[in-house]
Design a protein around this ligand. Structure first.
Ligand code: BGC
Length: 747
């Protein structure tokens, strides 16, 4: 495996897509895979994690920092750069083992070839640092102009987010400080360079750009190189952002390019030591899978202890840079298995945003915690009431994602419980997790509607994972997840009420016991814990979970789904009047049919497979798969995983590849009308990882031990991965015949 993806011809139409495919990042920032001379028209973005801005009534979205890598050149008075000047050759390449993006482009000039090479990385060793090397060679002597600096005229979808960009030239340092519109936050980018040529420098401030300009006579036998160190800090990171940027790049420059690169590479190597998955017999799958987890590593928030990951990672402002259920249900397992500290950070974000979730519930008139469908900082729900624009009328369409996708709260509970089960560590429960679970249970409890004659509870007027069918009753997935929430709350309540019995906890019992007593005391002031236990036991027992139909074995996705029109996906597509029209909502072409957007019942069966007979799993897989558009990148992996559970790894395989290739193939929806909605697909990446490790290798926990029950695709000889369970690192190797699990000890 060469850990490299390449693009060997320059195709202007691929600029946008390559921005995602060749993305580099370090969790604090993501840099789209664009070229040095590109500007906002080419969707350049240095996308920042967890900081947002709103202008007017437009969607609130994350910030793109001024681009400190901006560079262009001129030779003998003529500008050479893409996309304007066609190159003689071009190569863009991403080394995804180490997150290094390189380009090599040559242009024909009247006096021979001109070659530019550059290399850049977002340091994994210091999250505020970006490093670049840029070189030029010519075939014949001439006059070269190099222009490099900071471009503060950034690409925004709903901007401009900077009311002003202050440009500063301070001896060897250039700075651009953007002042945000909404909160007047400051985003400070500072750069300094080192060059192997001697010539006077001219600093130019033009609009929102601050640039250094060098004009030099160049000779063919030399390579003209400069190195660049860029630092990004915001006033939210630290009030001393000016000094911090200065100190960081000063130090980095003293250490030099190679040293910075070595530190960066070493950090990546540490990640792969645990997370690399080795597949014998299928190079393509191995590359796609490790490329997927490369993306997860690049966006993992390691610079803080409380932050989550946006649905499009750090690839830009689409999906408002918001956090969805994607994190807990699709990405979490990768981090739990390979870097539990990141998993903790993701969940801590949910614990810290509980007040936002309680406020959202209260705004709708409910008790408990209703987490944001599209969560930004503080748990603010960025989801609009009108998420889609009708392509025919240009009017906004009312969608109910924010109001009705109540399954989001259960996803948060699921994440916290999974963390406890996998790490054996109760710290999250003890530090706010217990409240989250109790508040989520309170929310569902408040929503229950009692059907008196059946003595059962129902959840009405919801949206399940399949967004094409809005406002339905008794969505099987939602009801089962609400039950899961009640069951988790019961577990927490029992733990608290019985805080003397901590024998089942692996950790230092003394500390846990004291902590439990503390939270018991604080929570019993707030809640009547015994009463809650009785209520949630009753709710868990009586909530209606749609059962497999006695004749067909099919679980109805929601009440009345069976009565919807039966139509094939192909037939439905012929009814489209516009290629970009929305399939759901009130009048969408799928709304009145059985065609669903993404895995729904199948997601439930995946999570609770042990509660169903194998034939029920298979029947439902076969029933729902042809009726699924896979219109969300979250869908294929759920079908792939259930296919593994049904012993059909070869049927799972193309669905696995679809998830693993989501960013490589550049498929997926890029535009909604005139709105760009593309970006990377971290949930699909996480789904590909889950399919490989939990599906094909069959890694699972049984009686408190890690086990593997492999169902490898027939073209795979073996698969090897490492998994952290209860603080120990396990090396797992499976073949068609054998399973080897070695405990490598505490990590
Ligand atoms: C899917 C949601 C998902 C969101 C963000 C939507 O298209 O239907 O399930 O959470 O995208 O990835």
């Amino acid at each position: 495996m060469n850990w490299e993806i390449k693009d060997e011809v320059f195709v202007p139409d691929l600029i946008t897509n390559n921005g995602n495919k060749f993305l580099i990042g370090n969790g604090y920032l993501g840099i789209r895979g664009t070229l040095d001379e590109f500007k906002k028209n080419e969707f350049v973005a240095v996308n920042l994690a967890g900081i947002y801005d709103q202008v007017g009534d437009a969607w609130r979205e994350p910030l793109n920092a001024p681009n400190g890598l901006y560079t262009h050149i001129e030779f003998n008075g003529m500008k050479y750069g893409l996309p304007e000047v066609e190159p003689a050759s071009h190569n863009l390449s991403l080394n995804y083992r180490h997150g290094i993006l390189s380009r090599a482009t040559t242009w024909s000039t009247p006096t021979g070839l001109l070659k530019v090479t550059s290399e850049r990385f977002a340091s994994m060793a210091d999250k505020h640092l970006i490093v670049m090397k840029y070189s030029i060679r010519v075939d014949n002597k001439g006059v070269l102009k190099i222009v490099t600096g900071i471009d503060g005229d950034v690409w925004d979808i709903n901007g401009p987010h900077y009311d002003d960009v202050l440009l500063q030239d301070d001896s060897d340092y250039l700075s651009a400080i953007g002042i945000t519109h909404e909160n007047k936050d400051l985003v400070c980018v500072k750069e300094t360079i080192e060059k192997n040529f001697h010539t006077a420098e001219k600093v130019i401030k033009t609009g929102r750009k601050i640039l250094r300009e060098f004009t030099l006579d160049v000779l063919p036998e030399h390579e003209y190189t400069f190195y660049k160190w860029v630092s990004v800090y915001t006033s939210k990171d630290d009030g001393d952002y000016g000094n911090l940027t200065y100190e960081l790049i000063t130090k980095a420059k003293i250490f030099g390019f190679e040293h910075c690169k070595r530190d960066h590479v070493n950090e990546w190597e540490k990640k792969w030591k645990i997370s690399e998955v080795v597949i014998e017999g299928d190079e393509e799958a191995m590359e796609a899978l490790n490329y997927s987890t490369y993306h997860l590593h690049s966006i993992a928030p390691r610079h803080t202890d409380s932050l989550s990951i946006a649905a499009r990672g750090l690839s830009g402002q689409t999906y408002k840079g918001a956090v969805f259920w994607d994190t807990e249900m699709f990405m979490l397992d990768f981090f739990l298995f390979t870097e539990p500290n990141v998993a903790k950070t993701l969940l801590k974000y949910r614990i810290d945003t509980l007040p936002g979730a309680i406020k959202k519930a209260a705004d709708y008139g409910y008790q408990g915690a209703f987490y944001a469908w599209e969560s930004q900082e503080g748990g603010f729900d960025a989801c609009s009431d009108y998420n889609v624009t009708d392509v025919f009328t240009g009017r906004k369409m009312r969608t109910y994602f924010k109001d009705k996708q109540i399954h989001i709260s259960a996803a948060v509970v699921y994440g916290i419980m999974r963390y406890v089960n996998f790490t054996g560590n109760y710290e999250l429960i003890l530090n706010g997790g217990a409240e989250v679970i109790l508040e989520c249970a309170a929310f569902y409890y408040d929503l229950l509607v009692k059907k008196v004659h059946l003595d059962q509870y129902e959840l009405l007027d919801v949206i399940g994972p399949d967004e094409y069918h809005e406002r339905v009753n008794n969505n099987a997935y939602t009801n089962r997840m609400a039950k899961y929430t009640f069951e988790s709350a019961i577990g927490v309540l029992k733990l608290l009420l019985d805080s003397d019995d901590v024998s089942n906890l692996k950790e230092n019992n003394g500390t846990i016991k004291e902590n439990l007593k503390d939270i018991y005391e604080s929570l019993s002031d707030k809640y009547d814990l015994n009463n809650l236990l009785t209520k949630y036991q009753d709710a868990a027992n009586k909530i209606y979970i749609p059962e497999p139909n006695r004749q067909t074995g099919v679980i109805e996705q929601f009440d009345g789904y069976e009565q919807l029109e039966e139509v094939s996906l192909e037939e439905l597509k012929t009814r489209l009047l516009h290629e970009k029209e929305y399939w759901g909502g009130a009048y969408g072409i799928a709304t009145h049919t059985k065609i669903i957007k993404q895995a729904d019942v199948v997601t439930m069966l995946n999570l609770f497979s042990q509660e169903y007979e194998p034939n029920v799993l298979l029947t439902n897989w076969k029933y729902y798969e042809p009726r699924t558009e896979h219109g969300s990148s979250l869908s294929a992996c759920m079908y792939a995983m259930l296919a593994c559970k049904c012993n059909m790894p070869d049927i799972a395989y193309p669905l696995f590849l679809k998830s693993a290739m989501a960013d490589l193939s550049g498929g997926g929806k890029q535009w909604a009308g005139l709105i760009y909605i593309g970006g990377t697909h971290p949930a699909a990446s996480g789904g590909a990882y889950m399919t490989a490790v939990e599906g094909f290798a069959g890694v699972h926990i049984e009686d408190g031990e890690i086990k593997a029950d492999a169902k490898l695709p027939s073209n795979w000889k073996s698969m090897k991965c490492n998994v952290i369970y209860h603080g120990d690192l396990y090396e797992i190797k499976v073949t068609h015949e054998n399973t080897e699990i070695n405990n490598l000890g505490q990590i």
